[in-house]
Design a protein around this ligand. Structure first.
Ligand code: B16
Ligand code: MG
Length: 215
């Protein structure tokens, strides 16, 4: 029986990938190489430092650890300049409605995101109150596909993993949910998310009845 819903942020609640893309592209330009939208697909759900490693690999560039810290900091400054301008109308279709339906049905809700900027984004979207627990990149040391972020979310909600469902748009996130022993609803392409128990285009397609059918 599902008692708790855990939500990834980027790609599930809001499309922040477009802002990550502009910020990474700008950094690549400063280093003298191009970064495409296709390249950006590789960074979805990946932590900031791991994303930088992929960017540097694409550019064929080697940097010291200290230089990498500075580059990641600079990228984050670009990114934060965008997300601090976000408005609630950027919430993806159906996300707010489904969160409200969960609350009305007495289901516990948690955020499970790799982002260290999750609180800033939720504040801008005015969604904080709809989450009983928020686990983000500031609370975790192991990146998805490690299940840490979702196990911490379940613990914060006092829910057993077998009573939890995770909503994820990234392959590594689906793997993290399954490794945690939870149900998973994939949001996006069935080619990439085929290990999920159910795949939908977005939370606008999700109903509470479908949660019962997962089991
Ligand atoms: P930050 P999610 C992830 O969010 C993004 O998909 C990924 O592109 C980003 O690198 C990561 O957060 C870290 O974000 O730089 O803000 O700490 O999908 O796990 O909600
Ligand atoms: Mg995501």
């Amino acid at each position: 029986m599902i008692k708790a819903c855990l939500f990834d942020l980027d790609g599930v609640i809001v499309d922040t990938a477009k802002y990550h893309f502009i910020a990474w592209k700008q950094l690549a330009r400063e280093m003298g190489f191009d970064f495409t939208e296709q390249d950006n697909e590789r960074l979805k759900g990946v932590s900031r430092m791991a994303s930088l490693d992929i960017l540097l690999e694409i550019g064929g560039v080697t940097k010291t650890e200290q230089e990498k810290e500075e580059l990641a900091h600079r990228k984050n400054e670009h990114y934060v300049s965008f997300i601090t301008q976000m408005k609630p109308d950027e919430i993806l279709p159906g996300a707010r409605e489904f969160l409200l339906a969960c609350k009305d049905a007495g289901l516990a809700t948690a955020l499970g995101s790799a982002s260290k900027n999750a609180m800033t984004i939720l504040n801008r979207l005015e969604l904080n109150d709809l989450f009983d627990a928020i686990i983000d990149g500031t609370h975790t040391s192991k990146a998805k596909p490690d299940p840490e972020v979702f196990l911490k979310g379940a613990e914060a909600l006092a829910a057993d993993p077998e009573n939890c469902v995770v909503f994820e748009d990234a392959e590594a996130g689906v793997e993290a949910a399954l490794a945690a022993g939870m149900y998973c609803v994939g949001i996006g392409s069935s080619e990439v998310l085929n290990k999920a128990h159910l795949i939908i285009e977005g939370l606008h397609q999700m109903t509470l009845d479908q949660l019962e059918n997962l089991q």
